[in-house]
Design a protein around this ligand. Structure first.
Ligand code: DC
Length: 222
C-alpha cells in the first residue's frame, strides 16, 4: 500500500489527543481533523430530532440532510451543524455519551468515514479519533495510539470541563470515561484499538510538549 502523508492519532477519551493533534498539526504545517467532533455533531442532531435510530429509513434521511462544516479558526475547529455553531454545545458530558452511542451505528459510521476521507484522503492532515489508523486512513504514513491511565485521563477531563466553565463531579467523570471507553472498544464496527503499525505512546507521565516533540521528530525523520 502506498503511504499518504497523513498523521493518525487514535486513543481513548482524555488521553490528550485534541491538544496534541492541534499542536502537531501547527508544527508540521498540516490541517487538523477532529473526527470526534463529527460524531458529537451527529449525536447532537439525533438527540435534538428525537428520531428512532433503529428505523434505518428515518436515520438515512437525517444523515442525507445533515450539513456539517468544520472550520479552522485560530488552530481550533468551529463545528457548524445545519448553519449553527455548535462548537460548545457538543462538548457536554451528555453529548459525549450520545456521540459514543451513535458511533456504533453502521449508517453513521459509513457517512462520517466517507466525509473524513473526502476531507483528508489526499494528505496533509493530522486526523484524530478512534479508527483513523485502522479503518479510515490505513495508508497513513505515521500512526500513533495515544493512551494514559484511566485516573490520569479522568483528571485531565475534569480540568478541561472546568476550564470550559462546566460543573463537574470527578467521580462521575471517571465512571463516564470507563463506560465510554468500554462501549467504544467493544463495538462491532471500527472499535477503538491500535493499528498493528501504530506507535503506542503512554502519555501518563509525559507533558504535552514532550509528546508533540516525539511525534514531530518521527514525522520529520522519514
Ligand atoms: O474524541 P471524542 O471524545 O470527541 O469522541 C466522541 C465519541 O465519538 C467517542 O466516544 C467515540 C466516537 N468516535 C468514534 O467512534 N470514531 C472516531 N473516529 C471519533 C470519535
Amino acid at each position: 500500500m502506498e503511504k499518504v502523508p497523513i498523521v493518525t492519532i487514535d486513543g481513548p477519551s482524555g488521553a490528550g489527543k485534541s491538544t496534541i493533534s492541534q499542536r502537531l498539526a501547527a508544527r508540521v504545517g498540516y490541517a487538523y481533523l477532529d473526527t470526534g467532533a463529527m460524531y458529537r455533531a451527529v449525536g447532537l442532531k439525533i438527540e435534538l430530532s428525537g428520531i428512532d435510530c433503529d428505523d434505518g429509513t428515518v436515520l438515512s434521511r437525517l444523515l442525507d440532510d445533515i450539513d456539517l462544516q468544520l472550520s479552522p479558526v485560530g488552530g481550533k475547529t468551529r463545528v457548524i451543524l445545519d448553519g449553527q455553531d455548535v462548537s460548545e454545545a457538543i462538548r457536554t458530558p451528555e453529548i459525549s455519551m450520545a456521540a459514543s452511542r451513535v458511533s456504533a451505528l453502521p449508517l453513521v459510521r459509513a457517512k462520517l468515514t466517507s466525509l473524513q476521507r473526502a476531507i483528508g484522503g489526499r494528505g496533509g492532515v493530522v486526523a484524530e479519533g478512534r479508527d483513523m489508523g485502522t479503518v479510515v486512513f490505513p495508508e497513513a504514513a505515521w500512526k500513533f495510539f495515544l493512551d494514559a491511565t484511566t485516573e490520569e485521563r479522568a483528571r485531565r477531563r475534569v480540568l478541561q470541563l472546568k476550564e470550559q466553565g462546566q460543573q463537574v463531579d470527578a467521580q462521575e467523570t471517571l465512571t463516564q470515561i470507563i463506560e465510554r471507553d468500554r462501549a467504544d472498544s467493544s463495538r462491532a464496527l471500527a472499535p477503538l484499538k491500535a493499528a498493528t503499525d501504530a506507535v503506542i505512546i503512554d502519555s501518563s507521565r509525559m507533558t504535552i510538549e514532550e509528546v508533540v516533540a516525539f511525534m514531530a521528530a518521527r514525522v520529520a525523520g522519514s
